[in-house]
Design a protein around this ligand. Structure first.
Ligand code: KG4
Ligand code: ZN
Length: 357
């Protein structure tokens, strides 16, 4: 048994967890700042940092209490190193360093992007990670900050096939919801508003999927673009304002459903394009947007039977510290510790290897 205490503060959630041996989540506590940022229509980095400062100690104490352990039982301290908002990341990083030094525990800096992928393996039998039949594994990471396809082989080598060239999928849903005056964060509200809507009533574009009679540039085969869908929504809203339809509840549901369908359709189409060209055995859909019921349904429906689809339960899709503590155990078992002077980073570095194989 090796218990890892993990801290996550990359964006607008302050989170702490205690995870046993990379799998069993003993406690996962998340304090959301959503209400604080909602009035600004998006995350304000300095405000996020100040909120992390207030929450990080009580959240960590709650996680230890919930797990029924003390710092004496902990084997290592893990923390999100990046990517994320630097002012926000620094709070968790400094806090984790303090705990590690004061308690003579090893420190493990974790890549938040890879931790999202690992969320799909929490609370499950980890032997699947060691089985060659699991690979190649294709991870679609879709969150407020990322839309990326990562191909992982059985030796742990990895390569990013594509990513968004403008907005992330979650960002598109958040901005779309803002245009529709639905509130923040947009993804879950868009899903709710779409529930009784007709996803086929309005035709939003599916950028970089080779539709609309335009040839797709080879370098964009696995890339995404969501800014065009957002602009199409802006014109759609303006038109409805002119015609007086804007206040019609059915128009709103149909718009949300059609917009969500366009975003989901692009994500599924791109995943299927990879499957055509690589002998993928497992598809992992990870990140906050992986909570989306329509995305889960369409993926399950349209992936070929030879492929195993893995998604985490929603609580491990959105930002949390359990995924950080889970992946950190693989660094721990390889004695791959971070020095106490590690720095946080804002952008996703090139990924050539994953630590969990
Ligand atoms: O992974 P996450 O919590 O934070 C980042 O690392 O970015 O993802 C947050 C994103 C937001 O854009 C939010 O709107 C989206 O995930 N999201 C959803 C749903 N729940 C959260 N998008 C669509 N449907 C949902 N149910
Ligand atoms: Zn995240």
């Amino acid at each position: 048994m090796s218990l890892i205490l993990s801290i996550e503060s990359s964006c607008d959630e302050t989170a702490a967890a205690v995870v046993d041996s990379g799998s069993k989540v003993l406690a996962s506590v998340v304090a959301s700042q959503i209400a604080k940022h909602a009035v600004h229509g998006g995350v304000v980095p300095e405000l996020a940092a100040r909120e992390h400062l207030k929450a990080v100690i009580p959240v960590t104490e709650s996680a230890l209490r919930e797990a029924g352990v003390t710092l004496k039982d902990i084997s290592a301290v893990a923390v999100t190193q990046g990517p994320g908002l630097i002012p926000a990341l620094l709070v968790g990083m400094n806090f984790a360093k303090g705990i590690a030094q004061a308690n003579k525990l090893p420190l493990i800096g974790v890549n938040h992007f890879l931790a999202h992928i690992y969320g799909a393996f929490l609370d499950s039998d980890l032997s699947v990670l060691q089985q060659p039949e699991t690979y190649p594994l294709l991870a679609l990471v879709v969150s407020g900050g990322h839309t990326s396809l990562l191909l992982i082989d059985s030796d742990g080598s990895a390569r990013q096939l594509g990513c968004t060239i403008d907005d992330a999928a979650g960002e598109a849903l958040d901005k779309g919801a803002k245009l529709l005056d639905l509130g923040y964060p947009g993804g879950p509200i868009m899903q709710n508003t779409a529930e009784n809507g007709d996803p086929e009533r309005f035709d939003f574009p599916r950028p970089l999927t080779g539709g609309a009679g335009r040839a797709l540039a080879p370098e964009n085969l696995y890339n995404f673009s969501f800014s065009g869908i957002k602009t199409a929504l802006l014109y759609h809203v303006r038109k409805a304002e002119e015609s007086g339809e804007r206040n019609d509840a059915q128009w709103l549901s149909d718009t949300a459903a059609s917009f969500q369908r366009a975003v989901v359709d692009v994500l599924v189409k791109k995943t299927l394009t990879v499957l055509k060209n690589y002998p993928v055995k497992t598809v992992v859909v990870a990140g906050g947007v992986a909570c989306n019921a329509e995305l889960r349904r369409m993926m399950a429906e349209r992936l070929p039977r030879r492929v195993t689809l893995r998604t985490a339960p929603p609580k491990y899709c959105t930002d949390n510290a359990a995924m950080v503590g889970g992946i950190a155990w693989h660094h721990y078992r390889k004695q791959d510790f971070s020095p106490l002077d590690i720095d946080s980073f804002a952008r996703l570095p090139q990924i050539v290897k994953v630590p969990f194989i």
